[in-house]
Ligand binder design. Structure first.
Ligand code: PRP
Ligand code: MN
Ligand code: MG
Length: 179
């Protein structure tokens, strides 16, 4: 597993099983409609790839890249758009796809921003949620797992841009981010 990782929190099988269930629920909820999946770069790429391929609902895919104004103001919830959608949201059913909801600040800003573009609906699917870290309440229609407030990496999640390609979600050893 490598000295930088502490333990495996979610195995590839556990992730796959939850994605199966989430996709089935999404198909049921959006029956007869077409969905626009909006992935939040970069963390959401793995969830987007694996969730979207499980859906029978017709979907299109688009991406946004957002960034907080500096690390110190992440808690302010002020977000800057680095890459906007190519798609007009007017009248569309939108499902935001995220890897993790931590404080919830990124997502609460993003959902408000997307709602202002007059879509028919906006919902959120997130693989992971850290309930103990929530600073704002964000309504998540689909959640994979509630996890403790530990530093997790893998399956899209990074530490300093590394570890995103791990097939599992694991906790990072403290020495990696404290040294
Ligand atoms: C991470 C994660 C979520 C966000 C959650 O993204 O992928 O998008 O933080 O944090 P919050 O709930 O406290 O707002 P990050 O900003 O690290 O960018 P990345 O997806 O490119 O890693
Ligand atoms: Mn992200
Ligand atoms: Mg990150």
């Amino acid at each position: 597993m490598g000295a930088d990782l502490e333990h495996v929190l979610l195995t590839p099988d556990q992730i796959a099983e939850r994605l199966d269930a989430m996709a089935a629920q999404i198909d049921e909820d959006y029956a007869g409609r077409e969905l626009l999946l909006v992935g939040v770069l970069k963390g959401a790429v793995m969830v987007m790839a694996d969730l979207s391929r499980r859906l029978h609902t017709p979907v299109t895919m688009d991406w946004m890249a957002v960034s907080s104004y500096g690390s110190g103001t992440k808690s302010s919830g002020v977000v800057r758009i680095l890459k906007d959608l190519d798609t007009d949201l007017l009248g569309r059913d939108v499902l935001v796809v995220e890897d993790i909801v931590d404080s919830g600040l990124t997502l609460s800003w993003l959902v408000a921003n997307l709602r202002s573009r007059k879509p028919a609906s906006v919902e959120v699917a997130a693989l992971l949620r850290k309930p103990e870290s929530a600073k704002v309440d964000v309504d998540l229609a689909y959640v994979g797992f509630d996890i403790p407030s530990e530093f997790v990496v893998g399956y899209g999640l990074d530490y300093a841009e590394r570890y995103r390609t791990l097939p599992f979600v694991g906790t990072l050893a403290k020495h990696v981010y404290t040294s």
